[in-house]
Write a protein that binds this ligand. Structure first.
Ligand SMILES: Cc1ncc(COP(=O)(O)O)c(C=O)c1O
Length: 382
């Protein structure tokens, strides 16, 4: 009977008002109604990326935006560097492996963020690097990479080298801004901090990246960003868009605008702190150090037996969904999402469930401990 509390790092909960916005009924995408909605969306979407340029909105999942960045910004034979610190860095490597690029992998220990100084030394050892790819948040470990510092390293290496960031699990939750941070391309998706169901992907480019798209000779069709930007000049899309998700996007952009993006970032940071303090009070281990922790997802570790028991109990007895570990981390961590349409009260809900589960499992009294620590962290903030 209990409604599910969805605390996975994507997909994330969708607000009732957004579902309502998406049930207005379908209408044609070659109409002035769509044109107006698309123009309104652009006006409110661009500031979230920190750009004045149009943002391509694709009807496909986040991975399509990762691939679009590669096939539009890298030519055959070009040298690229991929910062790989988990499963999603591996996805970039998988995509790049399908094409004829000269690929260098910069491996970062899972659970750590890339160290800009060490990366600088690595990059300086390579010639003619066209582009560096990194995640903003590596969702599989819950690390947030230092994007501003990494962008500076890339552009000190060569002003023309592009810094391309996968922000599928960061955009709309972590403080990032293309112009301020000197990021050439940010890609993202709809089903995480952007508070929508899955199905839309975003690609934002600065002028340097845009000119590369226009000159690139790499083959592509559905993912040819030139078509998207050309259509956007008249507020249309090259193919049939997911009109219903556009209606939802129109609504979530209103929500972000009403809350203000600065407050949205603060709310995410607050949830992260509450959860981390609560997890410590429960004598569970945080997988990632404070300085590298993402404001959108937190990975927690313990013995494999406890991890399995906690995940199972949350699901069975509290109807709270969290994610497990992926690949090498399977069975070793649980990942709690705190992005998008999630709030401090949701952190209290999962912490109180964890108090109950661990009090019973360890026969030790944790009642009130995590909740107190979490709420005190909110007072400290104030
Ligand atoms: C950082 C990151 N990149 C890429 C993806 C892939 O996105 P999608 O599953 O929407 O294709 C995900 C999804 O979890 C992600 O977290």
């Amino acid at each position: 009977m209990q409604e599910e509390l969805l605390l996975t790092p994507g997909p994330t909960p969708v607000a009732r008002r957004t579902y309502q916005a998406m049930s207005q009924g379908i209408f044609g995408h070659r109409t002035s109604r769509f044109k107006e909605m698309s123009a309104d969306i652009q006006a409110r979407l661009q500031p979230i990326f920190g750009t004045d340029n149009p943002v391509a909105v694709l009807t496909s999942s986040g991975t399509s935006a990762l691939e679009a960045a590669m096939v539009n910004l890298v030519d055959e034979g070009d040298t690229v560097v991929l910062i790989v610190s988990g499963v999603f860095g591996g996805k970039f490597a998988d995509i790049a492996g399908r094409y004829n690029f000269n690929v260098h992998i910069y491996d970062v220990t899972w659970a750590e963020a890339a160290d800009p100084q060490a990366f600088e030394e690595y990059l300086n050892g390579l010639d003619n690097v066209t582009a560096v790819f990194s995640q903003a948040c590596e969702t599989s470990t819950s690390v947030l990479h230092p994007l501003t510092e990494l962008a500076a390293v890339v552009h000190n290496y060569n002003e023309e080298t592009l810094f391309i960031v996968d922000a599928v699990s960061a955009l709309g939750g972590a403080d990032m801004h293309m112009q301020r941070d000197n990021i050439d391309c940010i890609v993202s998706g709809s089903q995480k901090a952007m508070m929508l169901p899955p199905g839309l992907a975003f690609v934002a480019l600065n002028d340097r990246a845009l000119s590369k798209v226009n000159s690139s000779r790499h083959g592509r069709y559905y993912l040819d960003l030139k078509m998207y930007f050309k259509s956007l000049e008249v507020d249309y899309t090259p193919q049939t868009p997911a009109v219903t998700l556009y209606q939802g996007l129109d609504d979530v952009l209103d929500m972000i605008h009403e809350e203000t993006i600065e407050e949205v970032f603060l709310r995410h940071k607050k949830m992260q702190k509450m959860l981390r303090r609560g997890i410590e009070a429960l004598e569970l281990e945080l997988f990632v150090k404070e300085a590298s922790a993402s404001p959108t997802v937190t990975a927690v570790t313990s013995t494999p037996e406890e991890i399995a028991h906690i995940k199972d109990e949350l699901d069975k007895n509290y109807n709270i969904s969290v994610a497990g570990g992926q690949k090498d981390l399977a069975g070793k961590i649980i990942r709690i999402g705190h992005m998008g349409f999630m709030f401090p009260k949701d952190m209290l809900a999962i912490l109180s469930a964890l108090e109950d589960i661990l009090s019973k499992l360890r026969k030790k009294n944790y009642y009130g401990k995590a909740l107190t620590a979490a709420q005190e962290s909110l007072y400290d903030e104030a």
